[in-house]
Ligand binder design. Structure first.
Ligand SMILES: Cc1cc2nc3c(=O)[nH]c(=O)nc-3n(C[C@H](O)[C@H](O)[C@H](O)COP(=O)(O)OP(=O)(O)OC[C@H]3O[C@@H](n4cnc5c(N)ncnc54)[C@H](O)[C@@H]3O)c2cc1C
Length: 395
């Protein structure tokens, strides 16, 4: 959002300029994970995390809660693009993300944050997609990734879902309540005396002042040698570098009232474009169908539209007929950041090297951002990170 001269209270309030070692912009899973890893690295760093709304205001508070491995496409396609060796590394990167979350954050509190490790499914509505899934299965098995093939009957029995010709199950995937997970990460450092959270503080300008960056929010100014943008889908609003690198893309969802247990685990359908799962408290959450209206499902507006919401309802009625009559309690949308190649971007802006960034999760940040935050700290401390997430690949 733009800010007028009159709304910029830092011009009139005589507020002191606060000084920090690092200012992180964005209170989603990427920004909060980065803060966590920075504090692990060096407790003495004076860090501010600045968020325009409240923590989890953006996509992190609005997603479906899948913590899945891999990428935006079936594994056979990932191998086609990257080769088997790098495709396996990409897969393992998200496996590591989950392992790190379990070791550092979730520990013994899985039930408190509705974390479940029931695997996830990719379901094919057509023979053509099932052929690709079976190809993926063969390659994955060969590479040592745990995966299972399911026929139509198994899908009906284990997922109470009809209209799918077959599918595969990724054994080690998980799901979570995304806001409770974010709170849990934040709990690890919220009392750190060198950490400051500034909510309701939209950043509208990052200015060079001498050797420092000055971060302008409506209510105040922060000086720092290092800025980290963890603004994902919103990044181009703040810095032109992202205009042709991270594309704001809207995703829509609906949720039903709680139902008796129907689904063994979270499911993707239609080449990873559509998805549904049942929460531990029984609600069915279903999202996707932006492919129906590619022209409207871009930009920064978080409205819901009839076309997509009706498509979500029709999908539910067709594939899980037993829930035809149940009440829909919530409908919402969120803005995702898509990168050009579907992989996240971690690095610094070449023409503005004091500004680092983490984003471009392409609808998979829950399965990537914790590990990417760790990698961003590696970049800050001059350590190598995997080339497939390094922003240098676009230099
Ligand atoms: C409908 C939907 C379903 C999804 N489902 C899944 C899923 O099941 N699994 C999965 O892995 N991923 C899913 N995603 C994607 C996932 O939510 C994102 O990849 C992830 O949340 C990105 O986290 P982030 O911290 O980078 O971005 P965000 O959570 O968007 O955080 C960015 C933050 O920056 C703040 N901000 C922006 N501009 C400014 C500014 N100028 N000043 C201050 N603060 C600012 C925003 O308010 C926001 O809180 C889904 C996304 C959507 C929208």
């Amino acid at each position: 959002m733009s800010v007028s001269l009159w709304q910029d209270r830092s011009k009139t309030s005589n507020s002191a300029i606060s000084e920090f070692d690092i200012v992180i912009i964005g209170g989603g899973i990427a920004g909060v994970s980065t803060a966590y890893w920075l504090i692990q690295e060096n407790e003495g760093l004076k860090i501010a995390l600045v968020e325009k709304g409240q923590l989890a205001e953006g996509a992190t508070g609005r997603n479906a809660g899948f913590i899945t491995c891999g990428s935006v496409e079936h594994f056979n396609r990932l191998v086609g693009k990257h080769g088997a060796k790098e495709a396996l590394e990409i897969w393992k990167f998200s496996e590591d993300n989950l392992a790190l979350l379990q070791e550092h954050i979730i520990k013994g509190s899985a039930a408190d944050i509705q974390f479940e490790k029931n695997g996830s499914f990719s379901l094919a509505s057509t023979e053509e997609e099932f052929i690709e899934l079976k190809k993926s299965y063969e390659i994955m098995k060969e590479l040592g990734i745990e995966v299972e093939v399911l026929g139509q009957e198994a899908i009906e029995n284990r997922l109470n879902a009809s209209g799918f010709v077959g599918g595969i199950k990724y054994i080690n995937d998980a799901s979570v309540h995304p806001v409770l997970l974010l709170d849990k990460i934040y709990d690890q450092f919220r009392d750190d005396k060198n950490f400051t959270l500034l909510e309701n503080s939209e950043v509208f300008n990052i200015e060079q002042v001498g050797e420092n960056k000055r971060v302008h929010t409506k209510s105040g100014r922060l000086d720092t040698p290092i800025v980290i943008m963890a603004t994902n889908g919103y990044s181009a609003q703040l810095h032109p570098f992202f205009e042709d690198k991270i594309y704001p893309t809207r995703g829509q969802i609906l949720a039903t009232e709680p139902l008796p247990k129907l689904l063994e685990g979270p499911c993707y359908a239609n080449f990873v474009l559509d998805y549904f799962r049942q929460t531990p408290t029984g609600e069915i959450v279903i999202g996707g169908f932006r492919q129906l209206k590619k022209d409207t499902e871009v930009g920064y507006s978080d409205e819901v539209t009839d076309v997509i919401q009706e498509a979500l309802e029709d999908f539910l009625k067709k594939h899980i007929p037993s829930i035809k009559e149940n009440k829909i309690t919530h409908r919402w949308s969120g803005i995702m950041g898509f990168s050009a190649d579907g992989q996240p971007m971690v690095g610094a802006i070449p023409s503005d090297p004091q500004v680092y960034f983490i984003g471009g999760f392409t609808a998979h940040g829950m399965g990537l951002a914790f590990n990417c935050g760790k990698c961003l700290v590696d970049v800050l401390f001059d350590r190598e990170i995997p080339s497939f997430i390094s922003a240098k690949r676009f230099a």
